[in-house]
Design a protein around this ligand. Structure first.
Ligand SMILES: [Zn+2]
Ligand SMILES: [Zn+2]
Length: 360
């Protein structure tokens, strides 16, 4: 079994060589040995997420320490288990299984946040590509009890972005308190999370989606199942446009996927009475407080919730939607040595859907 797989002594990884700027460098690293409870995974693909950019650029002011030079980033990895560490005999995964790594690479399982299913709030949780070496590399260690099994028949490259973008936006829609037939506004509907969220909402949950994004993303948003598209460029009164499409009332929920502070400022104004804003996109740079008055919240019974990642169960549900063909990832594949260029493209906001790195 485990002993029969021959592993190289060295392998390729992309590291952040100059954190604070857009730069990655390919290095050869030593093959690690799985510790107790861990598995060693030979990764074939990794998605590139906007959160990786935040970590590389050190632009998330709330992180406890600056990203260190030499950090391997990435948190949407898919690959095959090649070695089991000690104390993994009761694990539900084994050598040869295809599994995925998520934003939270592992949680403590014992704190209150873990017990109530708020994985991202675990005080000892390990963010992949920040606290631990991430998925922009050919081999990675992960806790056996926290990897996500990938369903048969789901392509590895297509599965990778679902492990962060897909799970998070699916979890957000579940927390939006919407029912089938309700209107949901998706701010940033044409991005990595947005095009998946639009599909989950319209095709998986029977919601009426109003997609808002740059006009260049109109086709992708409509193809993903949005009932309406509002271009952010060239629309002076977005709230007015949303009201017009919703019988003058506003949407039942707004999902904010962008890191744009202006989008957050506008979000409450798009809602009807009893509506919910779900915050996912992490604002960058200096924090800007949410713009909503207590009177607005009280008189219209507005709820504002935040979502960082989903649970293990939501990850399994997300991948199941994809395996059944309800949700399709819009992506293109690049090799690891193109990672820096991919980040530059992301920085210029030219990216449609997701880029997945082929790690072979
Ligand atoms: Zn992510
Ligand atoms: Zn915990």
């Amino acid at each position: 079994m485990a002993a029969s797989i021959d592993l190289p002594k060295k392998y390729k990884a992309a590291v952040y060589d100059k954190p604070g700027s857009i730069s990655t460098k390919i290095e050869e690293l030593d093959m690690p040995e799985p510790g107790p409870g861990e598995v060693l995974i030979n990764l074939s693909h990794s998605g590139v997420c906007h959160s990786d950019m935040g970590i590389m650029m050190q632009s998330w002011k709330h992180m406890p320490f600056p990203t260190q030079a030499g950090q391997v980033g990435g948190h949407e990895g898919v690959g095959k288990i090649v070695k089991m560490g000690p104390a993994t005999d009761t694990s539900s995964v084994g050598v040869g299984d295809r599994v995925g790594i998520k934003w939270m690479a592992g949680i403590c399982e014992t704190c209150d946040a873990c017990r109530v299913g708020l994985d991202a709030s675990c005080a000892k949780g390990k963010v992949s590509g920040y606290y631990t070496p991430g998925t922009f590399q050919q081999y990675v260690l992960a806790p056996a009890n926290y990897v996500t099994p990938i369903p048969d028949g789901l392509d590895s490259a297509a599965a990778a972005p679902l492990l962060c973008a897909g799970v998070t936006v699916y979890s957000a829609l579940r927390k939006s308190r919407t029912k089938s037939g309700n209107f949901v506004v998706i701010l940033g509907a044409g991005g990595g999370l947005g095009h998946l969220g639009t599909q989950f909402a319209s095709r998986g949950m029977a919601l009426r989606v109003i997609g808002i994004d740059h006009s260049s993303k109109k086709d992708l948003v409509l193809e993903s199942g949005a009932e309406h598209f509002i271009p952010i460029d060239g629309t002076d009164d977005v709230a007015g446009a949303v009201k017009e499409l919703t019988g003058g009332l506003g949407a039942h929920a707004v999902i904010v996927l962008t890191s744009n502070n202006k989008a957050y400022a506008s979000s409450v104004g798009l809602l009807r009475h009893g509506g919910t804003v779900v915050c996912i996109g992490m604002p960058e740079g200096d924090p800007v407080p949410f713009q909503a008055t207590p009177a607005q919240l009280i008189m219209s019974a507005i709820t504002i919730v935040g979502v960082a990642v989903g649970t293990r169960r939501e990850a399994i549900e997300t991948l199941d939607f994809a395996a059944r063909g309800v949700v399709k990832t819009h992506f293109r594949v690049e090799k690891l040595d193109k990672l820096t260029e991919v980040f530059k493209e992301m920085d210029e906001q030219k990216m449609q859907g997701r880029v997945v790195i082929d790690l072979s």
